[in-house]
Design a protein around this ligand. Structure first.
Ligand code: IPM
Ligand code: MG
Length: 372
């Protein structure tokens, strides 16, 4: 009897169900070729859950996630206009995503900024800048800082509307994510870019103090400190200087989207959100309501999130690599979807589902090949 894993499937809103439909086919393909069973349990999450259940993260979904070995989440949320139909506290960001992160304390967010040489045409950067492709692992602290700090809004004594948002971290929150980053640096190129703003922010001063303490346990790792604003420039001018980068929550939110920018699309950004007991996996992008229902969204970020789950939650590194290779081979063969543009390159544009067919066919062939 092989392993059996329970996976909560939160398809999400807008393009979410379209790209999720392709991603779950990976589980089916692997279980047909390997001695493993995946039990997939779908649950409502996001704006559609608010309309059907009155909550964007309903209790039944919490129970399903609690009982699952891992969670696969599609993008959630509606257009700016449609969001107004939902009370602010129940909108997908505040009502679903942040509570999901808080519930499982998924403090370490792995956001690979990766483009193989064969996919370099998607990047807006000049070929000479990315001749070796792009291969960065951005690690973002995900459950602290401004996004989770106390907030207050009101009218002050002078009658002016004011707001307070708190950027809070204690040293244990900083230490645990830095430890993950040092471990990743050790497994990769032994270089760690520490992204901070200690010339202005007290939170960065504490962050850097804790970093020095953790660094003592990793003397083999070179630490390169860089101010966050300078890092934004460096990501465009010379991304190949980066290997592993680590930063607090809001810096990571912003710089990881810039990562999508240098790849050519946020649609090329899968991610893993890892907590002490459970991890969930999601594309880093939103639900793209403007292109929903048209069968044009590329499923790469959703399928890549499955690949990350296979390796990180189930230890199936070999199968995870086959999933990445399958996706790469489809791009190498010149296929794309309409949402991914590449100027001046002759590509065969297919639909979301046909792109999924190609990935699954390639994956099946790789799974069926004899292993050595
Ligand atoms: C992301 C998103 C979320 C964030 C939003 C949707 C709450 O932008 O995962 O990067 O800010 O973390
Ligand atoms: Mg973001």
């Amino acid at each position: 009897m092989g392993d059996a894993y329970k996976i909560a499937i939160l398809a999400g809103d807008a393009i979410g169900p379209e790209i999720m439909a392709q991603a779950v086919r990976v589980f089916d393909a692997i279980s047909r070729h390997r001695d493993v069973v995946f039990e997939l349990i779908e649950a409502p999450f996001g704006a559609h859950a608010y309309f059907s259940h009155g909550k964007s993260f309903p209790d039944e979904t919490k129970a399903i996630c609690d009982a699952a070995d891992a969670i696969l989440k599609g993008p959630v949320g509606l257009s700016f206009e449609d969001s107004k139909k939902i009370p602010v506290d129940e909108q997908a960001e505040r009502g679903a995503i942040l509570p999901l992160r808080a519930r499982y304390q998924t403090f370490a967010n792995f956001r690979p900024i990766y483009l193989s040489k064969d996919m370099a045409h998607f990047s807006p950067l000049k070929p000479e800048i990315i001749e070796h492709g792009i291969d960065i692992l951005l690690i973002r602290e995900l459950v602290g800082g401004l996004y989770f700090g106390e907030k207050e809004r009101g009218v002050n004594a002078e009658g002016l509307r004011y707001v307070h948002e708190t950027l809070a971290y204690d040293e244990s929150q900083i230490r645990r994510v830095l430890t993950v980053a040092f471990e990743q640096a050790r497994a990769r190129g032994r270089r760690l870019h520490n992204i901070h703003k200690s010339n202005v922010l007290m939170s960065s001063v504490l962050w850097n103090e804790v970093l020095d303490e953790v660094h003592a346990d990793y003397p083999d790792i070179e630490v390169i400190p860089m101010l966050v604003d300078a890092a934004a420039t460096a990501l465009c001018l010379n991304p190949s200087q980066f290997d592993v980068m680590v930063m607090e929550n809001m810096f990571g939110d912003i710089l990881s989207d810039q990562g999508g920018g240098i790849l050519g699309s946020l649609g090329l950004m899968p991610s893993a959100c890892v907590g002490p007991d459970k991890a969930y996996f999601e594309p880093s992008h939103g639900s793209a309501p403007d292109i929903a229902g048209r069968n044009i969204a590329n499923p790469y970020s959703m399928i890549g999130s499955v690949a990350m789950m296979l390796e990180m939650s189930f230890g199936m590194k070999a199968e995870s690599t086959l999933v990445w290779d399958a996706m790469k081979s489809v791009f190498e063969d010149g296929y794309t979807t309409a949402d991914l543009s590449a100027k001046g390159v002759d590509l065969k544009t297919v639909g979301t589902d046909a792109f999924g067919d190609l990935v699954i066919a390639s994956l099946e062939a790789k799974l069926a090949a004899p292993t050595h």
